[in-house]
Design a protein around this ligand. Structure first.
Ligand code: BV8
Length: 250
């Protein structure tokens, strides 16, 4: 489907142009076209025997720190090979039209920031950053060692990725900022997420309850709800650039 043939509802385009505050929740689907596997899509053959939900937990790390460390090393390599896609850049362009734009991301890959987005709230941490398991000491440079995982130079506990695992609290300040941005939104986008992980999945309902319209971008119709004109079925690199172009024709 070429971008030119995409039709958007005049109601949506008017709402987009008139909104002062736009909040955008993104998930793994935002980075899928950058080559980063999604959580519930098919994982690379190396890891097809494992479910992410079974590896992204403190218990999995306690049980098998080497396995979890290597899973993250594999994912980090994918992230470092990836670059922002046309969907990420479309959101940078949208922020130039709507200064009151906030991105709340579940992603841990920094691709919004690398594309140039300024106001990004990371709910689930960042795979490029490290901390130690016992004391959460920030580890800026990994120690030179053959031990896998390496150990914290301050307390000797294993080093882990600085991401939020299932069963762990989200960073409080970031979560509060995400709630505030959802309450304040005139328009709330849910982009590239199956909306299955809490508390991120509840942000759209909070926005709706405070008067926002909610727009979905997803190739999977089952991941979307609400008025059909706000359910944009397709991938981020097809939908988002076309939506910006339709709302603000050059
Ligand atoms: C917590 C970081 C409490 C790690 C991740 C109710 C309230 C509170 C908690 C819970 C609750 N119910 C259940 C819980 C527990 C749990 C939870 O939600 N479990 C789920 C499985 C039911 N939540 C937690 O544990 C959270 N912690 O609440 O703590 C607490 C309080 C006090 C004390 C202690 C604890 C922590 C959750 C964070 C987990 N960490 N990531 C890592 O990355 O390794 S979550 C992980 O899932 C990723 O961040 C991912 O982004 C996120 C959500 O998944 P999606 O982004 O939606 O990705 P998915 O693959 O599922 O879907 C991709 C979508 O993209 C699809 O819809 C697809 O169609 C679409 N798509 C594909 N291609 C494209 C596309 N869209 C557009 N364009 C494309 N091209």
């Amino acid at each position: 489907m070429s971008q030119e043939t995409l039709e958007f509802s005049p109601v949506l385009l008017k709402k987009l142009r008139s909104s002062q505050t736009i909040t955008i929740l993104t998930g793994a689907g935002m980075s899928a076209e950058s080559g980063i596997p999604t959580f519930r899509g098919s994982q690379d053959s190396l890891w097809e025997n494992y479910r992410p939900q079974d590896l992204a937990t403190p218990q999995a790390f306690r049980n098998n720190p080497k396995l979890v460390w290597e899973w993250y090393a594999w994912r980090r390599q994918k992230v470092e090979q990836a670059g922002p896609n046309a969907g990420h850049y479309a959101l940078v362009e949208l922020a130039q039209k709507v200064p009151g734009l906030t991105i709340v991301t579940q992603n841990v890959d920094s691709l919004h920031q690398l594309a140039g987005s300024q106001n990004v709230i990371e709910l689930h941490g960042n795979i490029r950053h490290y901390k130690c398991f016992d004391q959460s000491h920030v580890i800026d440079v990994l120690p030179e060692t053959d031990e896998v995982p390496p150990r914290c130079p301050l307390c000797g506990s294993y080093i882990r990725p600085a991401v939020v695992w299932f069963g762990e609290k989200l960073p409080e300040a970031n979560l509060l900022a995400a709630y505030d941005a959802s309450v304040a939104a005139d328009l709330f986008f849910v982009i590239g997420t199956a909306s299955m992980v809490e508390p991120a999945a509840s942000l759209a309902r909070i926005a709706l309850e405070h008067g926002a319209d909610v727009v979905f971008v997803n190739p999977d119709p089952d991941a979307m709800s609400g008025p059909p004109e706000f359910q944009l079925q397709g991938g981020v690199t097809t939908i988002l650039p076309a939506l910006i172009k339709a709302a603000w024709p050059k």
